[in-house]
Design a protein around this ligand. Structure first.
Ligand SMILES: C[S@@+](CC[C@H](N)C(=O)[O-])C[C@H]1O[C@@H](n2cnc3c(N)ncnc32)[C@H](O)[C@@H]1O
Length: 302
């Protein structure tokens, strides 16, 4: 190894961070910063992903690992693909999921809430049937299966390709008995089904914003984001149709991201409850079957 070349894990992380920063790569898709992304890439190539960075930062990388990191960082810069797509892996709710370009990279705030067992709002004893509406890679459905081992779960999405990725994850976590995959345009193929909990991270980006997103987002399926002029096309349909699919004590939990304010503006009479995730953002709403009934006329589609 020549002088000034990275030797330890920490050296390689510093090098990767500097290289990504110089190249103005956008950090996102499960990473909170380029430092975070550099640690993830380095631990990945060194096969240390199950370890805490602080515990291994002074270990040396082999020549092969060092060159694998250089190659990975250069591909990241050249293609602007999210790191998760390049390494076919993404962390969600504490688990490592398989991911590829057929489905959006898992990063929903719902992951934090699942890890926290949905705090005081959801009584696990009452959760027998769950729907993950707009499941994509199946990350929410599988994490829910692991969190509620006695519940049966439907994982639905309109996109057959995304559902192939969901099937891989269901297999990976051996949830085949517990999670059923359903191809459906929202509730169309779930007409007779009722659930104690419906969880959804639907598309919620307004169309005008999509083309201004960093290049990393262009590698993901556009229909996973796009939600009309106000970002609420899916949210409104879900709010108007979910009551019929919930048991009397059921809940709908839905992520709205940067369209949360628009929803508040459009329904000023509805006192939405926004749950705060570990990152401090309050963009996931919780609404009971009772409240959906109470505000039925507000949510009715024109
Ligand atoms: C924001 S992604 C969420 C994926 C996954 N649940 C997650 O959190 O990573 C939204 C998903 O909605 C799906 N979708 C788009 N239109 C749909 C529709 N009409 N009915 C059902 N799913 C739809 C997309 O295919 C995409 O997988």
């Amino acid at each position: 190894m020549r002088a000034n070349q990275p030797v330890t894990v920490a050296d390689h992380v510093d090098w990767a961070e500097q290289r990504l920063t110089q190249s103005k790569v956008h950090s996102s898709h499960g990473c909170t910063s380029l430092r975070d992304e550099s640690i993830w890439a380095t631990l990945h190539v060194a096969n240390l992903i199950d370890q805490e960075y602080e515990d291994v930062h002074d270990q040396n990388l082999s020549e092969i690992e060092s060159s694998a990191l250089r190659e990975l960082v250069e591909r990241r810069i050249e293609t602007r693909k999210p790191l998760a797509y390049l390494i076919r892996e993404s962390w969600f709710a504490g688990y490592a999921f398989y991911i590829d370009e057929r489905a959006i990279v898992p990063r929903s705030h719902i992951g934090d809430l699942i890890q926290d067992g949905f705090g005081p709002w959801v009584n696990p004893a009452q959760i027998h049937r769950i729907l993950d509406l707009c499941t994509g890679s199946g990350c929410i459905a599988v994490s829910l299966a692991l969190c509620f081992p006695k519940a049966s779960i439907d994982a639905s999405d309109i996109d057959a390709d995304a559902l192939e990725v969901a099937r891989i994850n269901i297999e990976r976590f051996q949830c085949n008995e517990q999670v059923r995959v359903v191809q459906s345009d929202l509730y169309d193929n779930l007409a007779t089904q009722q659930y104690d909990l419906i969880v959804s991270n639907p598309p919620y980006i307004d169309s005008s914003w999509i083309d201004s997103l960093p290049k990393e987002y262009q590698h993901e399926p556009r229909h996973a984001f796009e939600a009309g002029e106000d970002g609420l096309d899916f949210a409104q349909r879900i709010l108007s149709q979910s009551r019929n699919h919930l048991t009397d004590h059921g809940f709908l939990l839905m992520e709205l991201g940067n369209s949360a304010d628009e929803l508040e503006a459009q329904f000023p009479n509805v006192p939405f409850l926004w749950l705060t995730s570990r990152s401090g953002e309050s963009v996931v709403l919780l609404i009971s079957a009772e409240e959906l009934k109470m505000y039925e006329s507000e949510f009715a589609l024109p």
